[in-house]
Write a protein that binds this ligand. Structure first.
Ligand code: FAD
Ligand code: NAI
Length: 467
């Protein structure tokens, strides 16, 4: 065999799997159909969205809170094209970073579409028009996902767009209608609302980010409302008509009445689907399930064909970059004969709005549904010295702990820097800490993390000190 490991797809799952395989002494190749490495996350996902979230947040703060801080500006204006240029620079830097890491680890990179010839052979249809067949003892499928589209929503990528186009708009929409108030809707809706667009969210469920703890969605909606956004919750979209310069969305509300909303752009973000197009899975003896996912064995992430593994968005579980990375490391170590472990219950979920939302473990709704006896402790950001100093007082920390043992079962944060704060909860829960354990640990003052300690105190015996 030419290679010990061939990885198809260079997103956070694939490129990390390749690095870990190479570190373990396996001769490794990676195939990427585009000319740049990094996948969805780096090129049209995590990184560009965060770059625009940061730029738009600076603009919004300059407009709304700098004066109170004593910083006076005149003629403030949002230059979207510069924001997009900066975002492109960030991506390029990181594309080069991954290319460097491939070189450093002696991983062979093939730029072209990978498709199976048989279970050990992959054809690479290269970008220069030539083709090459390579063989591997092990193959890792890390081909990721693409936006879900519905047949009655005509996505023309100009006025009716997905997240990919929303990261490259030429103008700030006057009225952006966001179909789906999940993670992408909340993040990219925030970007354009902060830049001055009217944003309307049309969401099937009765809250924003409905898969997270309900308190988070409720609080987030309050914060995003302050940006001037409108919400059409419990509304099912039934049609989208693109008139060229404007677009009309029709939805049915909970009373079964038709509601129409007209804007100049519609962002469709109703989830993502696993992507296996062009892989020629049948040649390897593989097929996807009804939802387009590749099925894998829980203990090895191996598909039903020996030596072929799958990771990341193309398999079950959360569609998150850090989940894909963990699986990349897991499979490389499994191939090398090790016995790695992933604790799926402790993969945090973060929404990079402002305030940020971050969550790990079980939600209150899940605990109720499971009939688990639990106690909850909450602490509001407005009672924190640090939050008052920075004027970031929206939000709260909610800690859920087992009623009898006090073991922490879930931590849900909405507030400034929640994305970074959630790491404390992950560590605590990995070591099976109780709420009292955390409440007895010193947290620097003044920091946002004091809200976690206070919420743990509240969960222990209602002993919060500052509430
Ligand atoms: P991908 O990153 O999708 O990579 C798959 C790669 O495989 C692609 O480069 C593709 O071109 C390549 N490929 C596919 N088929 C072939 C083939 N046949 N041959 C060769 N190459 C092929 N997650 C987070 O954790 N945090 C975030 O902040 C975050 N923000 C996001 C924002 C947006 C707007 C979007 C859309 C997603 C975001 N995500 C975020 C999700 C994250 O991007 C994905 O979970 C992650 O990229 C999945 O990694 P992956 O390696 O499985 O696949
Ligand atoms: P999502 O699953 O987060 O949200 C989709 C929303 O659309 C849901 O709230 C759903 O109820 C709603 N919906 C579905 N069909 C609808 C319809 N017909 N009419 C109205 N509403 C409808 O999916 P999203 O936002 O597209 O993101 C895809 C994935 O990308 C996420 O699941 C997440 O894993 C990943 N992602 C992660 C980010 C992060 O970690 N910060 C950021 C962005 C994306």
């Amino acid at each position: 065999m030419q290679y010990d490991v061939i990885v198809i797809g260079s997103g956070p799952g694939g490129y990390v799997a390749a690095i870990r395989s190479a570190q373990l002494g396996l001769k490794t190749a990676i195939i990427e159909k585009y000319s740049v490495l990094g996948g969805t996350c780096l090129n049209v996902g995590c990184i560009p969205s965060k770059a625009l979230l940061d730029s738009s947040e600076h603009f919004y703060n300059a407009q709304h809170s700098f004066a109170e801080h004593g910083i006076e500006l005149e003629n403030l204006k949002a230059n979207l094209s510069q924001m997009i240029t900066r975002k492109k620079g960030v991506i390029e830097k990181m594309n080069n970073g991954i290319a460097f890491l491939m070189k450093k680890n002696k991983i062979t990179v093939y730029n072209g579409l990978g498709s199976f010839v048989d279970k050990n052979t992959v054809n690479v249809a290269k970008l220069d028009g030539t083709a090459e067949q390579i063989t591997g003892k092990n193959i890792i499928i890390a081909t990721g996902s693409k936006p879900t589209v519905l047949p009655f929503i005509p996505v023309d990528k100009k006025r009716v767009i997905t997240s990919t186009e929303a990261l490259n708009l030429q103008e700030i929409p006057k009225h952006l209608i966001v179909i789906g108030a999940g993670v992408i809707g909340a993040e990219l809706g925030s970007v354009y609302a902060r830049l001055g667009a009217k944003v309307s969210f049309v969401e099937f469920a009765d809250s924003m980010i409905p898969t997270m703890d309900k308190t988070m969605g409720k609080e987030l909606q309050k914060s995003i409302k302050k940006l001037g956004a409108d919400f059409y919750l419990s509304h099912k979209v039934t049609g989208v008509v693109n008139n060229g310069d404007d677009v009309t969305v029709t939805a049915k509300n909970s009373k079964d009445e038709d509601v129409t909303i007209t804007g100049d752009y519609v962002l469709v973000c109703i989830g993502r689907r696993p992507y296996t197009d062009g892989l020629n899975l049948e040649a390897a003896g593989l097929a996807t399930d009804q939802r387009g996912k590749l099925e894998v064995d829980e203990h090895t992430l191996q598909t039903k064909v020996g030596g072929i593994y799958a990771i990341g968005d193309v398999i079950r579980g959360a569609m998150l970059a850090h989940k894909a990375e963990e699986e990349g490391v897991f499979v490389a170590e499994t191939i090398a004969g090790q016995k790695p472990h992933i604790n799926y219950n402790l993969i945090p979920g973060v929404v990079y709005t402002w305030p940020e939302v971050a969550s790990v473990g079980q939600t209150e709704e899940e605990l109720k549904a499971a009939g688990r006896a639990y106690k909850a402790g909450s602490f509001p950001f407005k009672a924190l010295g640090r939050a008052t100093a920075s004027m970031d007082t929206d939000g709260l920390v909610k800690v859920l702990a087992d009623k009898a043992t006090d073991e922490i079962l879930g931590v849900h944060i909405i507030g400034a820097r929640a994305a970074d704060m959630i790491a404390e909860a992950v560590v605590a829960m990995e070591y099976r800490a109780s709420a009292e354990d955390i409440s007895r640990m010193s947290h620097a003052h003044p920091t946002y993390t004091e809200a976690i300690k206070e919420a743990c105190l509240a969960a222990t015996e209602n002993r919060a000190l500052h509430a």
